[in-house]
Design a protein around this ligand. Structure first.
Ligand code: PLP
Length: 331
């Protein structure tokens, strides 16, 4: 099967911002944009993006998961990057239009249609290092994807990184390309040096997140994860999992978690850790690597509560459980 995110639908939804105005959105060929090599985004990284999914239900219908949350996060990223403001309704419409266009192509569970709204500053102006782009493109790509967590996949190995950061502390909550580029070097090094799958960034011992997912610790009936601040991405899956955990009667503690507390708790039998994200859903973590030492989380296997929470989330997404929080937009 093709690697996650490498297959695209041939068309996308596109809207343009020029002369202080938004165009209507249209459906165009996915390879139809051209950019000047001096475009603002290519030099000064005026870009943000989103990732959400549409799911096929047993009755054949298609539903988009938590579109409003992703659209608001995109609007927030755009604001913090001085990209032009847009009405949430514009992006909602673009997402639903393009998913409608390719509704027949939405894979059956455990696959889904990954939706990638993207926003870029296009003004050809290399003198604008310290000024916003006055033109921009907003587009929505679609990519059919399979199950990221292939059956039998081993729980992840995470390297705890206490010195470096994923990105600048005020930018963590912005879903922007530069943050991902800045995390690549430590991730590559962790792969090469200790065969880690991901780096868990813990600057000054503050357990934050990995390069592309949030981190949660499950200790008995309690879920512990960092409280929202500007330093990390406010995952929609994180919020969904915490809501489901509360619905199941679990205690949710959104607070600071230090590396020493994490290692101490993780060693206890029955303790679990997982990464949450649109692509990862909820993926078990089996090993934490710290200062050259490997620490097994619980018994090192996929945790029971992790899999129960993952299933409960999938059941809502797949239309098998009641959508009591109104997370689905049915086409
Ligand atoms: C850095 C980072 N953290 C967390 C997440 C999880 O966010 P969400 O659950 O909204 O996909 C993502 C994206 O998937 C991410 O890129």
């Amino acid at each position: 099967m093709a690697a996650f995110g490498t297959v695209f639908m041939p068309q996308m939804a596109l809207a343009k911002y020029e002369e202080q105005q938004w165009s209507d959105s249209e459906i165009v060929a996915s390879d139809s944009i051209s950019l000047h090599p001096g475009a603002h985004v290519l030099h000064y990284s005026s870009t943000c993006f989103e990732g959400l999914k549409a799911f096929r239900h047993a009755d054949g219908s298609v539903a988009i998961f938590r579109m409003d949350a992703n659209v608001s996060r995109m609007a927030q990223s755009a604001k913090l990057l001085s990209l032009p403001a847009f009405e949430p309704q514009l992006l909602n419409q673009m997402v639903t239009d393009i998913v409608n266009q390719f509704a027949d192509e939405v894979p059956e569970p455990p696959g889904s249609m990954y939706i990638r709204p993207t926003f870029i500053g296009t003004e050809p102006a290399i003198g604008k290092a310290a000024a916003p782009s006055n033109s921009a493109l907003l587009y929505v790509l679609l990519s059919p994807v399979g199950d990221y967590f292939a059956a039998g996949a081993k729980p992840l190995r995470l390297l705890l990184e206490e010195h470096g950061m994923r990105c600048a502390p005020h930018m963590g909550m912005v879903k922007s390309g530069g943050n991902y580029a800045s995390a690549l070097e430590p991730i590559n090094q962790a792969r090469a040096s200790v065969d880690a799958d991901q780096v868990l960034f813990c600057p000054n011992s503050d357990v934050q997140e990995t390069g592309a997912a949030n981190f949660i610790l499950i200790d008995g009936n309690e879920v512990i994860t960092k409280a929202l601040d500007s330093s990390f991405l406010h995952g929609v899956t994180r919020d969904s999992i915490l809501t489901i955990a509360r619905d199941m009667g679990m205690t949710v503690s959104e607070r600071e978690l230090s590396v020493s507390e994490l290692l101490e708790r993780a060693a206890k039998p029955g303790c679990e850790a997982a990464l949450s994200g649109t692509a990862a859903v909820l993926t078990p973590v089996g090993t934490l690597i710290h200062n050259g030492k490997e620490h097994t989380v619980g018994n090192g296997e996929a945790g029971e509560t992790t899999m129960k929470l993952r299933q409960a989330l999938n059941d809502i997404q797949w239309g098998k459980a009641e959508d009591k929080h109104g997370w689905l937009t049915k086409l």
